[in-house]
Design a protein around this ligand. Structure first.
Ligand SMILES: NC(=O)c1ccc[n+]([C@@H]2O[C@H](COP(=O)([O-])OP(=O)(O)OC[C@H]3O[C@@H](n4cnc5c(N)ncnc54)[C@H](OP(=O)(O)O)[C@@H]3O)[C@@H](O)[C@H]2O)c1
Length: 229
């Protein structure tokens, strides 16, 4: 049986990843900030092998407790999904420094700190994949409308993190990619989004299923297209 660790698993894309990997027969280890309130996620326990553990990705103690609970289990796939958008509008002149650092802590720093702690679990899988949920909004090439300093920069920076991790972990047979899920109907994506979570997650699963080492360090959309940095 293969193990997948998913962060931010209580709603949105994270919850759909849990649903789909359970349906495929994986053991799913789901992290969320408040397991006692995660009704929908806990309801999936009947669907398969699901472990729900507390995890606030922005706090080192919580990251350490979460990874300690993984013990020596192999992790074949780590999906770093938890993310925040920050304020919906950050016009120049009103960019709040503390809010920006918090967006960075969750979107950019947390994936690295979690991978540091989970590295032995990824190694013991023999070969593993790491998917970091990024966003096309982090593509500098694609930025045609400006603004959104916090979210855009945090995702551009995590793309840089992906590249370094891919290089640093290649010898341990760990592939690392940034994924763009599309513009998806979730709390973050809002009601005008273009695709549903089923389409987005099944597309990203397909990308991960077919991933090989030559693609490690890439920025890939849910439909398999490569996104310019
Ligand atoms: N939806 C889109 O159109 C879209 C597009 C591009 C990229 N993305 C990326 O895809 C990922 C998932 O997005 P989504 O649309 O599913 O967002 P969402 O509906 O807002 O859900 C975000 C998830 O992240 C969790 N989270 C936030 N801060 C956390 C923290 N400190 N510790 C642990 N969990 C935390 C939330 O938990 P709580 O319930 O506790 O807040 C929630 O489970 C994000 O990285 C996002 O940037 C989404």
């Amino acid at each position: 049986m293969k193990n997948v660790v998913i962060t931010g698993a209580n709603r949105g894309l994270g919850l759909e990843f849990v649903r789909q990997y359970l349906a495929e027969g994986w053991q799913v280890i789901a992290g969320c900030r408040a397991p006692e309130k995660a009704t929908e996620l806990n309801g999936l326990q009947e669907q398969g092998n699901l472990m729900v553990l507390p995890l606030d990705v922005s706090k080192q103690q919580s990251r350490e407790n979460f990874c300690a609970m993984l013990g020596d289990q192999a992790v074949h796939l780590f999906i770093n999904n938890a993310g925040i958008y920050g304020p919906s509008s950050t016009p120049l002149g009103q960019v709040d420094e503390d809010q920006w650092l918090e967006v960075f802590r969750v979107n950019t720093v947390a994936p690295v700190k979690l991978i540091e702690l989970m590295r032995k679990n990824l190694v013991s899988a023999g070969a593993a994949n790491v998917a970091i949920l990024s966003s096309k909004m982090g593509s500098i090439d694609d930025n045609g409308s400006g603004g959104l300093y916090m979210y855009r920069s945090s995702k551009s920076a995590v793309n840089s993190v992906t590249k370094s991790l891919a290089i640093d972990l290649a010898a341990e047979q760990i592939n690392v990619v940034s994924l763009h899920p599309g513009w998806v109907l979730t709390d973050m994506g809002g009601p005008n989004a273009l695709i549903d979570v089923t389409t987005s997650v099944s597309g990203m699963r397909r990308v991960l299923e077919n991933l090989n080492s030559s693609q490690s360090g890439s920025f890939i959309a849910y439909d398999g297209t490569i996104i310019p940095w």
